[in-house]
Write a protein that binds this ligand. Structure first.
Ligand code: SF4
Length: 309
C-alpha cells in the first residue's frame, strides 16, 4: 500500500485503489510512518482524545486565568451566559468547548497540539460539541457538565480525529502548520479545515464533500496573521479558536446544503502557501506587528516585563 501522498487528489486515488476507508488508512499510514503497531496506536490515540476531553472539562469547570491577565475565564462566562443571540446547542457548545480547551493551553495546562497549541481548541472542541449534541445527545441545556463528563464515545469519534489528521498532513506538506512560517492561517486556519473535514465526515458526507468543507473553511482563513500580544499564545489566539469554530460550522452547513467550494482543497492549500510566503515577517509570530504593537498590546508587554524582573 502506498503511504506517501501530498494532495487530496493523491489520497483519494489511493483510497479508491485500495478500497479502504480513510480512518483505516490513516491508522495503517501512521503505523508505517512511526513503526508503532496498529494495536499499540489505537490506545495511544484514545489516550490523546481523553486529554482533549479532560482539558475541555477543566476549562469549563474552572475559569482559567493566566498570569498575564490576558486570559480571564471566557469559556465559563460564555457557557453560563444568560443571554445569547444564537440559541443553538451545537453552536454554543462548539464555541464554549473551543474556548475552554484553548484557555487551558493559555494557562499552561495539558492539551494536544492538534495541529498546534495555539489552535488546540478548534478540532477537539468541534468534534466533542458534535458528539455531545448529535452523537450522544443528552438533555437540552447549555453545557450540562454531568453529560460532558459521563459521555461515552465509540470509534466514530476516533475516526473523525483521524480524518482531521489526514487533512492536516496534506496542509503540512503543501503549505505549513507553523504560524512562524505562514501566519495564523497555518494554525487556526489549518485547524478549521481539519475540523470542517471531520464534522462533514461525522455527518456521513462522502470524502470529496468533506474536503470541500475543509476548502470552504480554509478559504475564509487565508491571510490570517499571527501577531500575539507580548509573545504569548493568548491574544488573539484564545478567542480566535471560537471564531474559527463558527467558521467551521458555516462551512459544514454549506456542505450539507450541497454547496461546494469552487476552488478545490488542493488549490486552496497551494494559495495558502503563496500567501504565507509573501506575508511580512512582522506578522509571523514574532510580535513586532499588528495587535502586538497596539498601545494596549505594548502596555501588556511592559507589565509582563516588570513582573519578570
Ligand atoms: S495568532 Fe499566532 S500564536 Fe496565536 S494561534 Fe494564531 S498562529 Fe498561533
Amino acid at each position: 500500500m502506498k503511504f506517501k501522498f501530498h494532495t487530496f487528489s493523491e489520497l483519494a486515488a489511493i483510497l479508491e485503489a485500495e478500497h479502504i476507508p480513510a480512518p483505516e488508512y490513516g491508522i495503517k499510514r501512521e503505523a508505517f510512518m512511526t513503526g508503532v503497531s496498529e494495536e499499540r496506536l489505537l490506545p495511544e490515540i484514545d489516550r490523546r482524545i481523553e486529554i482533549t476531553r479532560n482539558a475541555l472539562i477543566k476549562g469549563l469547570e474552572h475559569p482559567q486565568h493566566s498570569r498575564s491577565g490576558l486570559t480571564k475565564g471566557a469559556a465559563v462566562a460564555f457557557a453560563s451566559a444568560a443571554r445569547r443571540l444564537i440559541q443553538d446547542e451545537l453552536f454554543t457548545r462548539s464555541l464554549a468547548y473551543s474556548l475552554a480547551i484553548n484557555e487551558v493551553n493559555a494557562c499552561g495546562g495539558k492539551v494536544v497540539s492538534f495541529p498546534t497549541a495555539g489552535s488546540s481548541g478548534i478540532v477537539p472542541g468541534l468534534i466533542w460539541a458534535w458528539w455531545d449534541t448529535r452523537g450522544n445527545p443528552g438533555p437540552e441545556g447549555a453545557c450540562n457538565m454531568a453529560q460532558i463528563r459521563e459521555a461515552p464515545y465509540d470509534s466514530r469519534l476516533r475516526d473523525a480525529f483521524i480524518v482531521a489528521s489526514l487533512t492536516g498532513v496534506i496542509i503540512a506538506q503543501g503549505a505549513t502548520l507553523a504560524g512562524s512560517e505562514g501566519g495564523c492561517q497555518a494554525e487556526c486556519g489549518a485547524a478549521g479545515a481539519m475540523a470542517a473535514c471531520a464534522l462533514a465526515y461525522l455527518e456521513e458526507q462522502p470524502l470529496k464533500a468533506c474536503f470541500s468543507a475543509a476548502a470552504l473553511s480554509l478559504k475564509n482563513s487565508l491571510g490570517l496573521v499571527c501577531d500575539p500580544v507580548a509573545g504569548l499564545v493568548e491574544v488573539p489566539c484564545v478567542k480566535r479558536n471560537a471564531f474559527v469554530a463558527a467558521n467551521v460550522l458555516t462551512a459544514v452547513d454549506l456542505t450539507l446544503s450541497s454547496i461546494e467550494s469552487i476552488i478545490p482543497f488542493d488549490e486552496v492549500v497551494w494559495a495558502m502557501k503563496q500567501i504565507g510566503d509573501i506575508l511580512p515577517g512582522v506578522l509571523k509570530e514574532n510580535s513586532t506587528g499588528g495587535l502586538a504593537i497596539t498601545p494596549t498590546g505594548l502596555a501588556f508587554k511592559q507589565v509582563l516585563e516588570r513582573l519578570d524582573t
